[in-house]
Design a protein around this ligand. Structure first.
Ligand code: GLN
Length: 212
């Protein structure tokens, strides 16, 4: 299984390492041919506005938007979460996203004073107890459509109850940065999503060949 990490900006190396730790073949993606070669993609943290600008100038914006819409398993962390949101609050005027998850995400939601912090957060579907969630000028999910499934919420402090992990079919997003903790369980969860998508693909292909 080949998993790409969008390598325009942000903590690319850490995601590559975490993916390799759970057994994926992990590759940086900077050009179209690299995007075409992967079975799934991680969009790392960084600055969502900058990632969009770079994606446009590397001529990756439309191809990425298309592959995400067509079902490529994609995991967005922090800025990556913003980029998978259908709607955003606190963005720059006409800020674009790739979209795909029926949710409204608020940028820099935890306030400027709390630029970064970490706390244990349990994630549905990730066994072994809470992960240490590292938040860096992080967004949260303010509103969720019926197709999206909430996986994680903040459990203490003023932001208690805020949604920080979400999944909609082939798309996964977290407000926090699991690649910074040395705990690759979230990447393992994503790898399982890619595995499922590939076997669903194989099944439907076998079925349509059988139907002919
Ligand atoms: N605040 C950033 C943005 O709006 C995200 C921060 C991050 O990815 N660590 O894009």
């Amino acid at each position: 299984m080949k998993i790409g990490v969008l390598a325009l900006q942000g903590d690319v190396r850490e995601h590559l390492a975490a993916l390799r730790e759970v057994g994926a073949e992990a590759l940086p993606v900077r050009r179209l041919s690299e995007l075409e070669a992967v079975d799934g993609l991680v969009i790392p943290g960084g600055e969502s506005t900058t990632i969009v600008k770079l994606a446009r100038s590397f001529e990756l914006f439309e191809p990425l938007h298309k592959r995400i819409a067509e079902g490529m398993p994609t995991y967005g962390s922090c800025a990556g979460m913003i980029l998978l949101a259908d709607r955003i609050l606190g963005g720059t005027a006409d800020q674009e996203t790739f979209g795909g998850i029926d949710m409204t995400v608020r940028r820099n939601a935890f306030g400027r004073q709390v630029e970064s912090f970490e706390e244990p957060v349990p994630i549905e579907g990730v066994p072994g107890g809470p992960v240490t969630a590292v938040f860096i000028r992080a967004p949260w999910v303010e509103e969720v459509g019926p197709a999206a499934q909430v996986l994680a919420r903040v459990e203490s402090g003023p932001a208690t109850g805020r949604i920080v992990g979400i999944r909609q079919q082939h798309l996964l997003a977290t407000s926090f940065h699991p690649e910074l903790t040395g705990d690759a369980r979230v990447h393992g969860y994503f790898l399982n999503m890619v595995r499922e998508a590939l076997s669903d693909d194989g099944l439907s292909r076998a079925k349509s060949e059988g139907d002919q």
